[in-house]
Design a protein around this ligand. Structure first.
Ligand code: G3P
Length: 274
């Protein structure tokens, strides 16, 4: 099980790396926007190239870092991917390019542009992380094109199910892995009962056919969801900083530490020269 941090914030990345549990980093344009705003509010401004270079150098050669393209046509995505890869991969040899599985944006004119870009990039040795995967079918298509990674968006599928049912919710709210029953209706999207359910199906299909593509569970919203991801045996979870912090906390652990502290007798304290 690998843990990636889903963040473009250098402070968060630096801190999480110091914990010794981070195996990789995923970014996207929204995370970069958040990081830019965070540093601007602190009065700091970076050149984007220097900023990305710092992330890559911090990560080092054993931790892949996903950087996303911004265009939506095959040729433009390939061009941007090459630019990102050739400019930044020499820093620490850890760049992976993120391509949306379907960059069409709902116009139904260029639904396959992502797949074409994935195939081309993988055949020239540029590793691709296929993002915005919302169904097992999309995951399989990406795997067929030789993608190194697919990133199913667990939380966003749950958002969709709740939104369609007219439920109000906070982003970090737990969504039941086996489905949400509202009244007498089990919420579903074309048979998918939750983001975790989608992940389980993708894992089963990849195992059935021996696809080498690794699954990165993305859009992870809370620690319980991370547990469910780990239970499935998914290769990687990319986890936001706040969710990583949630994973270490339990009230009985806090209480236990306080009780042990209170029970330290002088004889035992002396042992440590205190
Ligand atoms: O890795 C994808 C992730 O950044 C999206 O997360 O919470 O915005 O759905 P979220």
């Amino acid at each position: 099980m690998q843990v990636f941090i889903d963040s473009a914030n250098l402070d968060e990345i630096r801190e999480a790396l110091s914990w010794g549990i981070v195996d990789g980093i995923t970014t996207n344009p929204s995370l970069i926007k958040k990081a830019v705003e965070y540093f601007k509010a602190k009065g700091k401004q970076y050149s984007m190239a220097d900023y990305i270079t710092e992330i890559l150098a911090l990560a080092g050669s054993n931790r892949p870092v996903s950087l996303e393209v911004i265009s939506t046509t095959t040729d433009a995505m390939i061009e941007e991917a090459r630019l990102l890869y050739h400019k930044f991969n020499p820093v620490a040899h850890n760049v992976v390019i993120k391509i949306p599985v379907n960059p069409d944006g709902g116009k139904r004119a260029r639904d396959f542009d992502g797949l074409k870009a994935i195939k081309a990039l993988e055949s020239e040795g540029i590793p691709v992380n296929v993002t915005l995967v919302m169904t097992p079918e999309q995951a399989v298509l990406a795997a067929k094109c030789g993608a190194h990674y697919v990133s199913p968006f667990v939380g966003r599928l749950d958002d969709l199910l709740r939104k369609r049912a007219g439920l109000s919710f906070n982003k970090e709210d737990y969504y039941p892995a086996d489905g949400f029953i509202v009244g007498d209706q089990l919420l579903e999207d074309n048979g998918l009962l939750s983001g975790i359910h989608m992940l389980r199906i993708i894992k089963d299909i990849f195992d059935n056919y021996g696809f080498g593509t690794k699954i990165i569970a993305a859009s992870v919203r809370n620690a319980r969801q991370v547990r469910e991801i780990m239970e499935l045996g998914v290769d990687i979870a990319t986890i936001p900083f706040d969710v990583l912090r949630q994973m270490i906390v339990h009230e009985k652990t806090d209480e236990g530490v306080q009780l042990f502290e209170a029970d330290v007798v002088p004889e035992y304290r002396e042992l440590f020269g205190r």
